[in-house]
Design a protein around this ligand. Structure first.
Ligand SMILES: [Zn+2]
Length: 91
């Protein structure tokens, strides 16, 4: 029972995710940012379990890749500015 509850809580529901719209403060360019890029889901190692170094490396790599993908949304694609206004929109 305890194990099942933990599993349910960790499940992400992507279709409920909202998106964000960012408007460049410098050129007015608008772009959309998926929620995962605003708050990247971090893979974590299961707690209280034995894990080997291969698995640790896998998780570290996955987190780094996500961070790299999210970085694309952090600046204006048109002028490269990092100044923007952000608002949430329902997708
Ligand atoms: Zn811009």
């Amino acid at each position: 029972m305890g194990r099942r509850e933990r599993r349910i809580r960790s499940v992400r529901i992507p279709w409920l995710a909202r998106e964000y719209k960012r408007t460049c403060s410098d050129c007015g360019h608008v772009w959309q940012v998926p929620k995962w890029a605003v708050h990247p889901p971090r893979k974590t190692l299961p707690a209280g379990r034995q894990f080997d170094s291969m698995r640790t490396a896998e998780v570290v790599t996955a987190n780094a890749e996500l961070g790299e993908k999210a970085a694309v949304f952090r600046q204006c694609a048109k002028c490269g500015s990092v100044h923007y206004k952000e608002r949430a929109v329902r997708s």
